[in-house]
Design a binder for this molecule. Structure first.
Ligand code: HEM
Length: 670
């Protein structure tokens, strides 16, 4: 929200937009086809994640296109296909395009995967997603090791690092990506960056939403295991023998591994638990088999994945309104992760804490609050981490195990009945840092004392402080990960501008590490769903009114070029020294050509060559006008505006004059 003064700003008065305060969260809709490849989509992802064990057990079984476990039957809109695509058959061996072929057809090339995630290639004819699925179903062994699952040591993985023989590991699983290279929408060269290594971080940095486990189900070689002896020793007693010889006959060790993988498959095959009309139901997860237990050693890689359950509403009349909730769990020897799926773009908020040994998770979407209580198999401890994936609506709650071990169960999970969010929550926080970011603004980082809290994108919290006996309240939007001083997800960073005559900001800007303060929230009416079909987004901000835009900007730029073509920030400030995050914006615009920033100064120095003045129609028309005209019936643009109340009201009137429809506008007023 805008930092428009130092009073409690609740200025819905006169606003043409229905602002309901406090409103908590957004309206989710069922995932569309675009989302079918999203790794964390509530339905697809859970299914696909859970489908993996079946593939582990029956490596040769085809992908069932009609099953919810399968991939979409039509090419994803973010895959570039050509008319020839459909006539090519999967039996053709995949041809790796040469570097020139591949990159001549590049749609976008703004940098590398590590520098800039937006770097998509035109695929060669016959290499669409559909072609890949057909190829996978052709019966050809894509694992290169006879389709027999076997553990892989990092040393062995490292040996497979050429375009003709490339393996890669993600989240503890090793895949043979040789055949996938020409089908990779980011191009083979990008994918090769992960060859021979554990590419989890690289993968997550570029496109955490991609459902790699379904896409590469037929390429699974086996688990990555750090505790393995040299592969030569495990698979062949004669350490000097050739790789091909080693793989001819399965050794006893191989057989043992294969059987135990089948066991793993059995123990994690999903059992869908339907929550009855009873208010709560307990779900106990079944243990891995003994043989699996004996095979799981103490590495810090995911060693088992759970089943999940669906939380359904209680009263029939309300059923339709309540978004479904599902969860999975996954463990390493040191951590337990509970993943809660709220639905694509559901924009969840939530918190987690450990109380008397019990892990309590609260998730709110669309005004509904659901609780998930876990009495863990063994002791868990703080700090908890809470991560939200905006595109898919997945929340990961990561807890530390007190003792390193592989658990048989995650424990007993109780899903509470959905209830209406009646009032915002209040949390006590501790100041962990306070850094001056401009001459009058301080970045205050606080951590909730009970455990991590997530504020939905575009929503805000209120700071409460007792000053001279009366309570002062002020609204702030936490700047989100990547913008504040800390990457720690349990920290909320607030950009506090000091108003000399203000009642609260002088206190807030002088707080010291260790000081306490009270927050309440979340508040706001922004619905992330509104950005579903948006390709061009404009952020019009003044001063600290930039804060609600930051998370949205990051979200939009995390989308592929087909979903986000342009993000334009028009940032109004008094002087150059007042501009928050100036370097960061410059950096992003250098890295991602879709992002443009236009600074407008009302009190610029004489040497300022940029725009001057205040918000006005000619400026908006010039910057936004042509993009808006491009829109047909359905708007593919969206404008967000936030700043002092007067700025926002004037801006809204001008935007309407620029023919921006109300559906394509959101004013952050807190
Ligand atoms: C780990 C190394 C990898 C790197 C460096 C990498 C890099 C990239 C890049 C730069 C893009 C273009 C991004 C965009 O504009 O959307 C991309 C897209 C894509 N990659 Fe990868 N990739 C890697 C691994 C994988 C794997 C293992 C898979 C799955 C099998 C995969 C599947 C995809 C898909 C489906 C897209 C299109 C995503 C979209 O449009 O949203 N990538 N990749």
């Amino acid at each position: 929200m805008a930092d428009s003064g130092d009073e409690q700003v609740n200025s819905t008065r006169g606003s043409p937009f229905p602002i309901t305060l406090p409103t908590v969260l957004c309206t989710p809709e069922p995932p569309d086809e675009d989302n079918l490849l999203l790794k964390t989509n509530s339905f697809i992802s859970s299914e696909s994640k859970l489908s993996l064990p079946s593939n582990l057990g029956t490596p040769t079984s085809p992908l069932k296109l009609s099953s919810p476990l399968s991939l979409p039957t039509s090419p994803s809109p973010f895959m570039k296909t050509s008319p020839q695509t459909e006539v090519r058959r999967s039996s053709e061996s995949p041809q790796l395009p040469t570097s020139n072929q591949q990159f001549a057809g590049k749609l976008i090339n703004n940098g590398s995967a590590t520098g800039n995630p937006r770097n998509k290639c035109a695929l060669q004819p016959g290499h669409s997603l559909m072609d890949w699925i057909r190829f996978g179903n052709s019966g050809k062994d894509l694992t290169g090791v006879g389709g027999r699952l076997r553990p892989v040591s990092p040393q062995e993985l490292a040996n497979h690092n050429t375009q003709n023989d490339a393996w890669l590991a993600i989240r503890g699983r090793v895949y043979n990506i040789t055949h996938y290279l020409p089908y990779h929408p980011g191009g083979p060269e990008e994918l090769m960056k992960g060859a021979g290594i554990d590419a989890t971080q690289l993968f997550d940095k570029v496109h955490p939403w991609v459902n790699y486990d379904s896409l590469l189900a037929k390429c699974l070689v086996g688990p990555l295991r750090f505790d393995l002896p040299d592969p030569e020793e495990l698979f062949d007693t004669s350490s000097h023998s050739l790789k091909s010889d080693r793989l001819k006959e399965p050794s006893k060790a191989q057989e043992l591994v294969r059987k135990s993988m089948e066991n793993l498959a059995n123990c994690i095959t999903p059992v869908r638990k339907k929550i009855t009309s009873k208010s709560e139901e307990n779900v106990k997860c079944s243990p891995p088999s003994k043989i699996m237990q004996s095979l799981i050693q103490s590495s810090d890689l995911p060693v088992s994945i759970s089943r999940r359950a669906a939380a359904s509403p209680t009263k029939n009349a309300e059923k339709a309104d309540i978004p479904p909730l599902r969860y999975d769990w996954i463990q390493t020897t040191t951590k337990l992760t509970i993943s809660v799926y709220t639905g694509a773009l559901a924009n969840p908020g939530g918190c987690a804490r450990i109380t008397e040994g019990v892990l309590l998770i609260e998730v709110a979407t669309n005004g509904w609050l659901r609780t998930l209580k876990l009495v863990p198999e063994a002791k868990l401890q703080d700090p908890l981490q809470l991560r939200v994936y905006a595109e898919s609506g997945k929340i990961d709650i990561i807890a530390q195990k007190v003792d390193s071990a592989v658990w048989k169960h995650c424990g007993e999970v109780t899903l509470g009945t959905a209830s209406r969010v009646s009032s915002p929550r209040t949390v006590e926080c501790r100041v962990v840092s306070s850094n001056v970011v401009t001459h009058d603004t301080v970045m205050l980082a606080v951590t909730p004392r009970s455990g991590p809290v997530v504020v939905p994108l575009g929503h805000h919290i209120r700071v409460h402080m007792k000053i001279a006996g009366s309570e002062c309240i002020r609204s702030y939007t936490p700047v989100g990960e990547g913008w504040g001083p800390s990457e720690d997800s349990s920290t909320l960073s607030l950009a506090v501008k000091k108003y000399v005559t203000g009642s609260l900001s002088p206190q807030l800007t002088t707080l010291k590490v260790g000081n306490r303060l009270t927050l309440s929230g979340p508040y706001g009416s922004f619905q992330l769903q509104k950005l579903k079909a948006v390709k061009r987004i404009f952020f019009i901000a003044a001063g600290t009114g930039i804060t609600p835009m930051l998370g949205l900007l990051k979200f939009m730029l995390s989308r592929s070029i087909l979903r986000c073509e342009k993000a334009h920030l028009i940032f109004f400030n008094k002087t150059e020294d007042d501009i928050l995050f100036k370097d960061k914006f410059d950096e992003i615009s250098k890295e991602d050509s879709r992002f443009v920033v236009t600074h407008v100064l009302s009190d610029a120095k004489t040497n300022w060559t940029g725009y001057k003045g205040r918000i006005r129609i000619d400026l908006l028309n010039k910057i936004i006008g042509k993009d808006v005209q491009k829109c047909g019936e359905q708007c593919t643009h969206f404008v967000c505006i936030c700043g002092p109340a007067e700025f926002t009201q004037t801006g809204l009137q001008l935007l309407r004059k620029c023919t921006i429809k109300d559906d394509c506008l959101h004013a952050f007023i807190g």
